[in-house]
Design a protein around this ligand. Structure first.
Ligand SMILES: *Cc1c(COP(=O)(O)O)cnc(C)c1O
Length: 370
């Protein structure tokens, strides 16, 4: 058999699809783009997707943690990077040395940074405003005061101000209307006081697609850039496509008599003479240990039977009599005319596509195509 690599379980990630999704989002948003790359670029690989986004010319890269920004810099990526989350003061020097923009939401952070960066180039920061997410950020009034205070301090340059929506992906519009109004009002007051930072932003993928008045100076899509829907309510434009396929090769086939127990706990017993396939995909790869799983083999849906193990699971081969050891299995993605989307797996697992892809273990090799 002529195989391009020896892996039995791997991800294929199509860079050209990511680049295309970025272009489509840019076209829709009609403003600058911050490509959100947190959690290993939603499982797609931080470094490679960072490179695709940088080459596509996005204005900013968004990460959750300073360490993620440092990794991007270590691979020579020079696009501006914003840490969207909290940064411990012990990381401030490293952030500054790596030219990484930080998010702040408390006067103490401003004072510490200002003292640390009094000499040399100022540290760039974005101020986080909580307009109703109930997570990081100051209330709008306090954000206004922080900007006044920042103007008097050296060492810190407030480049941006942002907020985050709790329900932009839901049919319920009222919460987002309230959050948007609060944020836009704050921006108006800052503008009147000559305090508005150049980059105001509020839009995740759902808001980028559904809330045009929130696109402002830059939008922050994550999930849509990987070709997945923020929720069932949000329709993606046709040209945005998923970029990741999760594949495996069938390791073994066994012929079992009726009544044979399969996997830990024997939660499944063969009903008759059955052919059972062994797949080298388990919960240690991010494949959940729950019932109701299925995969694609020879263009057909095959059920996973028995408990999912750490590194393996078993499938029932009744509907694929021609299956052979070495056959390619698709856990997530397309095979022939059949498709398993992250949204389908999420429904099966009682979660959202975000958790499916960010749960893809780092041990699975990522292979980049196109
Ligand atoms: C994760 C995140 C995003 C991207 O959200 P998506 O729903 O994946 O588009 C944008 N902004 C912030 C602050 C985030 O934490």
């Amino acid at each position: 058999m002529n195989k391009p690599h020896p892996y039995s379980n791997w991800l294929e990630i199509d860079r050209s699809i990511i680049a295309n999704n970025l272009r489509a989002l840019q076209r829709i948003a009609q403003t600058s783009l911050m490509a959100v790359l947190k959690a290993n670029a939603y499982g797609h690989g931080l470094e490679e997707i960072g490179r695709v986004a940088a080459e596509a010319g996005v204005a900013y890269l968004g990460v959750a943690r300073t360490e993620e920004g440092v990794i991007l810099r270590s691979h020579g990526i020079e696009t501006p990077i914003l840490v969207l989350g909290y940064t411990d003061p012990l990381f401030y020097s490293q952030a500054r040395a790596s030219n990484i923009t930080l998010t702040i939401f408390h006067p103490d952070q401003l004072i510490v940074l200002s003292a640390l960066c009094a000499d040399g180039p100022p540290q760039r920061v974005h101020i986080k405003v909580d307009t109703g997410m109930g997570r990081l950020g100051l209330p709008p009034e306090a954000a206004f005061d922080l900007l006044k205070q920042a103007r008097r301090l050296h060492g810190v340059q407030v480049e941006g101000i942002f907020t985050h929506y709790a329900r932009a992906d839901e049919p319920q519009a009222e919460t987002t209307q309230v959050q948007e109004r609060q944020f836009l009002d704050l921006l108006t007051r800052l503008e009147d006081a000559g305090l508005r930072p150049p980059l105001a932003h509020a839009s995740n993928s759902a808001a980028t697609l559904c809330w045009p008045n929130s696109r402002l100076d830059i939008v922050r899509p994550g999930i849509a850039l990987y070709g997945m829907r923020p929720s069932e309510k949000v329709v993606l434009p046709q040209e945005i496509q998923p970029a990741l396929t999760w594949k495996a090769r069938l390791s073994a086939i066994k012929q079992l008599k009726r009544g044979a127990g399969i996997s830990y706990g024997h939660t499944y017993h063969t009903q008759s003479h059955e052919r059972i396939g062994v797949v080298p995909v388990g919960y240690g790869d991010g494949f959940r240990r729950v019932g109701g799983n299925w995969m694609l083999l020879r263009g057909k849906r095959v059920p996973v039977v028995g408990r999912v193990c750490m590194d393996q699971c078993m499938i029932q081969l009744d509907h694929v009599p021609d299956a052979q050891v070495g056959d390619e299995i698709v856990v997530l993605g397309s095979q022939g005319d059949v498709r398993v989307q992250a949204e389908d797996i999420a429904a099966r697992w009682g979660t959202i596509p975000y958790e499916v892809v960010t749960g893809l273990a780092s041990r699975i090799p990522r292979i980049y195509i196109n």
